[in-house]
Design a protein. Sequence first.
Length: 362
Amino acid sequence: MARWNNISSSTPFQHPQWFDAWYGAFAGVEHVEPLIAVICDTATGEHIALLPLIRRLQQGIRIVEFADLELTDYNAPVLAAAAPREARAAGVLWRDLLSALRRMPGGADLIRLRKMPVDFDGRSNPLALLDAAGPCSMNGNVVTTGDDFGAYRYSLERTVRKELERSWRVFTRDTTAAFKVLTDKNEALRILSTMEIQQSTRMQHLGLNFILNDETYAAFYRNLVGGGVDSGYVTVSTLTVGQEVVATLLGIRSGSRYLMVRISNAGQKWSNCSPGRLIIERTMAAMHKDGVREFDFSYGNYDYKRRFGVAHKPLVDISAALSWRGLPYALRDRAARELRRYPRLAAYVKRALGRPPPRDEN
């Protein structure tokens, strides 16, 4: 990417600092191999697109997918100015990519690209134009505030506004209560350690599996915060009372877009002031003053996101067999995507299979 001068991040996740942190943490993990696809125009040599991929082995199947492993909320190609803007050219790109993957040393059985936005600031994602692309099981959640943050606040339901105001009054009864956006890397890394403890404690309380404190995942976040705070790409904000950290929020920023990545709070002791929602609102206000106008709550349709007035952003998936071994997986993926085009039928099938509905979190 350093050799390109005509690209921009598709989403905040397609940023060089995200890739540096991700590949820096996962490049040496067993069964995970970095695989960068660089696509150029054969006639001119001009760059068209870059795909940040990996090849990994799962149950004997060699899978090509985005550098994600449940860390990258939105996956996408990095596009140059000459990238396809219509379906036919996108189809040629996809065909040539599949052909190259089938020929590469070591081979692959399946390409599976998930959680891709349909467009980037009005520009189409060429992979979303393909006939084989279909609805993802998840969607993004975005708030666009405009220039008047007060008007955005007033657009929220009255009960939500009043609750946020009450929460701030309760929180600030202690004269040492404070909200802060951190600018010092070492302080941000210290808060990251607190976030890890708080999130792990909550997941254990809920009886849920928690992978983010795994050694490699933790290394990724240390890489991200350590390399991104000074540049302003990574934002860490806190609610504190004295020396106690009540809530934390880690986000990433690209221009006027801010995306929330991790959030934590100190638990039941502070539940009377709803610290999770409070730190989100205070961070949004601070980032708005600094020029942010789009706030992305990422995927997961939790109730607290609805209260902030999010609009759903569609995401798409695409997969294809690269060998006969990958064919059953590609067919299963396609069946699942087609089923999602009929939400009522999809919900019925999930109930029939005994899968629980998504859990809303207040």
